[in-house]
Design a protein around this ligand. Sequence first.
Ligand code: FAD
Length: 404
Amino acid sequence: MGANALIEDIRADVVILGGGITGLWLLAHLRARGYAAVLCEARALGAGQTLCSQGIIHGGLKYALGGALSEASRALTHMPARWRDCLEGARTPDLRGARLLSAHQYLVSGWRLAGFLASRMLQGRVNRVDSGQVPEPFAAALGPSARGGVYQLDEPVVDVRSVLAALGHAHADALLAVDADGTRLLQDAGDVTGLEVRDREGRRLRILGGHVVLCAGAGNEGLGRMIPSGAAPMQRRPLCMVMLRGALPELYAHWLGTGAAPRVTVTSHRDARGTPVWYVGGELAESGVAREPEAQVRRAREELSRLVPGVDLASCAGAVLSVDRAEGRHASGQRPDGPVLARAGAVTQVWPTKLAFAPLVAEQVEARLSLGGMRPGRCPMPSTQGWPRPALAPLPWDEARAWC
Ligand SMILES: Cc1cc2nc3c(=O)[nH]c(=O)nc-3n(C[C@H](O)[C@H](O)[C@H](O)COP(=O)(O)OP(=O)(O)OC[C@H]3O[C@@H](n4cnc5c(N)ncnc54)[C@H](O)[C@@H]3O)c2cc1C
């Protein structure tokens, strides 16, 4: 096939751009309901924010720490149960092939969370851990006179890469690897009629008749410029995450500072060789964007040494990951309370705001398709045989080179 040759036209109900959690979950959701949907990925599955995430399936507890239930907290309430159902195979998409890292997380506080615990909506979802039952890493840090305590939050942590692998494997026949610079919206008198994509060898494919859903994270900004009637604005909020690699115990915890937002959040993972990795976020990662990488690693070591003095952090290697959270723009510049969806004719832009919201986003997109008159079964699933498939991206700690 010569360069730039048009190999064929196919028809689909929905074309998704972007193979992070949003795109893959949406693909699985729509196909389970009978829509002919395909997904185009320009780099590798999970290559955006998704594999940089900590995999925490928030249920809104973190956002209810002040005692009042925020909109974000309410919107997230049902997400842990929803994900658990999928991990157990009780709902679609079937995520039995994916791995749960931890069924819950701990929250460590120097002050008593009376307002937080008093909320009826939170009862059963957060429990104070009796002092005799405080897990080893925190017991030493808190000491007998600590006024606050350790709380167990009913929020799971998933192995995100295994979630993407399960979704990608189940829908491999609908995945297309495309060249980021070769995508264009097809138009007829200002109306979007489909999408043209190109693979790395220059072959072109036109996907006709479908609604186009932009799930490309930060990539939505560039793709949005193609929308004839104009795109919804996006915001970026930068983070400087820390990775610590060495002989570390398994830990999934938030530590509160003086405010209601977690100062430090730790999740535990393993690199490709099986060595434990602590992935450190929270307010430390937000303020860390102003620090040099070595200073940020040093700060993380110092803070964690105080919080878990029994853990040997000095012999761990450390590295940073600078990454932006890409979100639909919020007037305040702060995190939106929930997913942001913006529809312009036959194109919808989507930013989930949180990985945890992926199931909700899929339902919201489907509801909008339905409102627009689209029904499943309009066209058969197109064959994309012979087109290259995107690979699964590596995890940040397997890619990081500059360890100190
Ligand atoms: C450090 C960090 C930690 C986080 N931790 C959590 C957490 O613990 N829990 C939680 O709920 N949320 C968390 N989040 C938020 C969460 O990661 C994101 O909301 C979510 O992953 C966004 O998923 P997405 O699929 O919309 O976008 P992305 O994951 O960014 O995926 C976009 C995809 O689109 C592809 N793409 C880009 N341009 C194009 C193009 N032109 N054509 C085709 N494809 C394209 C990219 O290669 C990528 O694969 C975290 C975010 C960060 C940055």
